[in-house]
Design a protein around this ligand. Structure first.
Ligand code: PGA
Length: 256
C-alpha cells in the first residue's frame, strides 16, 4: 500500500504575523511543486489568513491547531470549523497533547471535533500518545486504544476517509527525547492494526500515521526509514526554514 508521505509543522503559540509570513515564504521557496510528499504548516489562528495568502498557488497545506465543534454561538475565545475554513485551512490538528494535558480536553470532546471536521470537509489530524508514566507501567497500547476508540466513536469508515493520525508520545514532545525508530514503528503498527479491527483492513492500510516528538534534521532519515511511518508532525524544528526544509527532504526509504 502506497501512502503519500506528509511533513507537518506545528508552530504552536509562536511567531508574529511578519515572522509567520516570512517563514511561510521561505518554506514555499524550499518546496518543489512536484515533490512526492505533502507539506503542511499550522500557524496560530491569527496568522492563518496572512499565511494562506503567502502559500497560495503552492502545494503547501494549511492547518489550524485546534477548533471548537460548533459552527457558531456563545463560545467566547473559541474558533469554529467555518471560521478556520474561511481563513484558508484545509486541515485541523485535534487533540494535541498540550490540548489534552494543559487544557483538559477529553476524548469525548475530541470525538465531537473530529466529527465536526469531517462534516465540514476539513481533514482531521487526530493526535494520540502516552505519557512517560503510562509507558513505564506498560499501558501504552491500552492508552492508544482508548484514545482511538473514544476519539473515533460513532464515525464511519466513509466519514473518516481523510483522517490522519499523529502518534506523539507525550514524553518525546519538546523534550529532545525522541522515540527510537523501533519504538515509533511498533506503536504505528499497533495503531494500524487497531484501525483495521475497528473499521476494515483496507482502512487501516490506507490511513496515514505521522510520528511526532522531537523530530529534527538529525533523526528524520532513520525515522522515515520505518515502513509504517507515513510522515512526521514537527514542533520546535519547524520554526526554522532551513532545518524544516531538511526534514521535508528526508532521505528515508519510501516504502508502502
Ligand atoms: P516537538 O513538538 O517537535 O517540539 O517535540 C512536536 C509536537 O508537539 O507536535
Amino acid at each position: 500500500m502506497q501512502r503519500r508521505k506528509m511533513v507537518a509543522g506545528n508552530w504552536k503559540m509562536h511567531l508574529n504575523m511578519e515572522e509567520a509570513c516570512g517563514l511561510a515564504e521561505r518554506i514555499k521557496n524550499a518546496v518543489d511543486p512536484d515533490l512526492d510528499r505533502d507539506v503542511l504548516i499550522a500557524p496560530s489562528f491569527t496568522n492563518l489568513h496572512s499565511v494562506k495568502k503567502v502559500i497560495e498557488g503552492s502545494p503547501i497545506f494549511l492547518a489550524a491547531q485546534n477548533m471548537n465543534w460548533e459552527e457558531k454561538g456563545a463560545f467566547t475565545g473559541d474558533v469554529s470549523p467555518l471560521q478556520i475554513k474561511d481563513a484558508g485551512s484545509t486541515h485541523v490538528i485535534i487533540g494535541h497533547s498540550e490540548r489534552r494535558h494543559v487544557f483538559g480536553e477529553t476524548d469525548g470532546m475530541l470525538n465531537k471535533k473530529v466529527k465536526a471536521a469531517v462534516t465540514h470537509s476539513i481533514t482531521p489530524i487526530l493526535c494520540i500518545g502516552e505519557t512517560l508514566e503510562e509507558r513505564e507501567s506498560q499501558k501504552t497500547y491500552r492508552v492508544l486504544e482508548t484514545q482511538l476508540v473514544k476519539g473515533l466513536a460513532n464515525l464511519s469508515e466513509n466519514e473518516l476517509s481523510s483522517l490522519i493520525i499523529a502518534y506523539e508520545p507525550v514524553w518525546a514532545i519538546g523534550t529532545g527525547k525522541t522515540a527510537t525508530p523501533e519504538q515509533a514503528q511498533d506503536a504505528h503498527i499497533f495503531v494500524r492494526k487497531k484501525l483495521s479491527s475497528m473499521f476494515s483492513v483496507s482502512f487501516g492500510e490506507t490511513i496515514r500515521i505521522l510520528y511526532g516528538g522531537s523530530v529534527k534534521p538529525e533523526n528524520i532519515d532513520e525515522l522515515m526509514a520505518q515502513p509504517d511511518l507515513d510522515g512526521v508532525l514537527v514542533g520546535g524544528a519547524s520554526l526554522k526554514a532551513e532545518g524544516f526544509s531538511r526534514i521535508i527532504h528526508f532521505q528515508g526509504v519510501i516504502t508502502g
